[in-house]
Design a binder for this molecule. Structure first.
Ligand code: ZN
Length: 142
């Protein structure tokens, strides 16, 4: 088996571990109606593998913006900082929701860097979040 192959059973297991939502923006597959993607925490291009510990679930926006990045620049300290790792780190330690529940705010250098690098508050997802908030589905409580 090559390092690119991800068996269906492993995809299903990782999706369940991620509770069927994006590890970065917490978009739920159920609310978005979009198929969430298995992403490589360390990109294959940078030597990552398709082993379980390097996989998580991401929405297509986050996966696309993350691309081959593993770090970025913290907008406050201007230091190069590792991106948030949804498998190893706790979301609420690095991010919080704005008062109206539609913006993701970085609480740490890692969180701020990830908000910028993955465009976690791009206008299309913010518009969707507004509708989810009005429906009482968002932000997630956990
Ligand atoms: Zn996302």
């Amino acid at each position: 088996m090559n390092r690119f192959y991800i068996a269906k059973a492993l995809r299903t297991k990782v999706a369940a571990q991620a509770r069927y939502r994006c590890g970065y923006c917490l978009t739920s597959q159920e609310y978005s109606g979009a198929f969430l993607e298995i992403e490589h925490l360390v990109p294959l291009k940078l030597g990552g593998t398709s082993a379980e510990e390097n996989l998580w679930l991401a929405c297509s926006w986050c996966n696309r913006y993350k691309s081959f990045q593993v770090d970025g620049v913290d907008p406050i300290s201007r230091r190069r900082t590792a991106l948030y790792n949804p498998r190893r780190q706790v979301w609420a330690r690095h991010f919080r929701w704005s008062e109206d529940g539609v913006q993701i705010i970085g609480k740490t250098a890692c969180g701020r860097t990830t908000v910028v690098a993955l465009h976690l508050n791009h206008k299309f997802i913010v518009a969707a979040r507004r509708r989810w908030v009005s429906a009482g589905w968002h932000p997630p409580k956990d």
